[in-house]
Ligand binder design. Sequence first.
Ligand SMILES: Cc1cc2nc3c(=O)[nH]c(=O)nc-3n(C[C@H](O)[C@H](O)[C@H](O)COP(=O)(O)OP(=O)(O)OC[C@H]3O[C@@H](n4cnc5c(N)ncnc54)[C@H](O)[C@@H]3O)c2cc1C
Length: 494
Amino acid sequence: MERFDAIVIGAGHNGLSAAAALGARGKRVCVLERSSQVGGMAADGRLAHLVYNLSESEKRRLGLNLSAINTISLARDVAHVAIRGGAAEFADGRAHPNAAAYAQLHARLVRFAGVLAHLAEAPPPGFEGGLTSLEGLREIARLGKVGLGLKRLGKAEMREFLRVILSNAFDVILDEIPDGPLAGALAADAVRGAWAGPRSPGTVFSLMYRLGQGGEVFRPVGGMTAVAAAYAEAACRAGCDVRTDAPVARVMVENDRAAGVELADGTKIAASAVLSSAGPLQTMLLAGVGHFDVEAARRARTMRAKGSAAKLNLTLSARPAFNGLNEAQHAARLLVAPSAAEVERAFNPAKYGELPKAPVLEMVLDGARLSVIAGHVPTEPQGGWTKAARDRLASIVIDTIEPHAPGLAALVTNVEVLTPADIAEMTGAPGGHWHHAEMGLDQVLTLRPIAGNARYRLAVHGLYLCGASAHPGGDVTGLPGRNSAAQLLADGVL
Ligand SMILES: Cc1cc2nc3c(=O)[nH]c(=O)nc-3n(C[C@H](O)[C@H](O)[C@H](O)COP(=O)(O)OP(=O)(O)OC[C@H]3O[C@@H](n4cnc5c(N)ncnc54)[C@H](O)[C@@H]3O)c2cc1C
């Protein structure tokens, strides 16, 4: 039997990030990916299409060439708003009356997000070894840094941080700026990929999560394929063996220790550690639920992971023209999020298993291809994802874009509709969820993905989670993978 120090299940960017971190420490690592390509959700632009949350150090480490782009929040009256980080103006260059208030709000949220970003860069806080152990003292020092970050905000800002952190994005945004496309853009960012509306509690936390790297939006040169390739190259440079078309059917367990994996074709590969990009329940099932406490299995089964983002890839016969945008502005991230109130209302049909009536959209135009993320699409609509339901979703999305780009419908030659159910099937992500597990306040930090299993390790010795369901969560960050590898090494498993 072949033998490695560690096996990583899944070559999504987090699996690759975990593998690279272990490889860099001299461990022999094999990454096994069930599909025929690396990158998972961030493989090639079919799903993820932009980078919002990658740290500067990670970009440098990967040698990624990313260009920051504007966001344009489209308005029905063509008074579109062009946004770049904390700066906002009308797309035609006129000053926006709420630009100053928006800049202040954005700067404050980014400052607050910076405090939380410290927590994302390492396993979630825990004092398993006791307060006075070396590990405990390290934790105290780390939490001290977060406390210091809070203190540096000053008394008034610290109070404000504590006031808003558990609050909903809708109130916090509309306390500062009137409703409209500018507020709508922030509200949409707070809930993209979430089973939540901006009025849902805890959505300020998810907005801050997205603003953790300053809130700029980047378009990778070479598309998402370049991002996935950079992660794969980093793993290969660290000596890892990355294999595609290698679905893992079982995690082998001996004496409550991970002993390797068995592939669907029956091939067995031995290892002392197994890191899984699948969700906690899927991972427990691979190992056999009999190895886990009933309560842990129940928590994994009831973990909230209702996918709510669908992806539509439109092939067009020619490049469409959006009303009121010049040539260069067509390369921006285009949003249909007319107001925070409409972002909230867009969530209502999904609660009843219905398709959205007026979906919130994020679009990227690449030549004659329009990449569209539609929010608040039910995981499984009433009646299921029949051909009629898929066609209906495609029509709703095209009808939503058409007023902004007249003639678009006539240009469409093909629509690829990827529903949350398709995304679950393609990637194995629980519920096809963007973050593999909802980023609600009950499923973040020490509660992510489930209470009792926040530090990546599961009850089987040497079995770890390394995908987006683990702390700090989804988006292309590489952090769950990197943190998981760090925890495994700190635990002395290898
Ligand atoms: C529609 C959509 C659009 C998105 N857009 C963006 C975006 O623009 N920007 C952004 O930052 N984030 C975006 N996201 C979120 C982001 O892509 C994910 O949070 C992130 O890529 C998750 O990475 P991961 O490595 O943890 O998991 P994944 O990318 O899901 O990878 C998991 C991998 O594990 C493999 N796997 C699972 N089970 C097995 C098994 N048994 N054997 C072998 N392999 C297995 C899967 O095939 C998959 O390749 C989007 C998500 C969705 C759904």
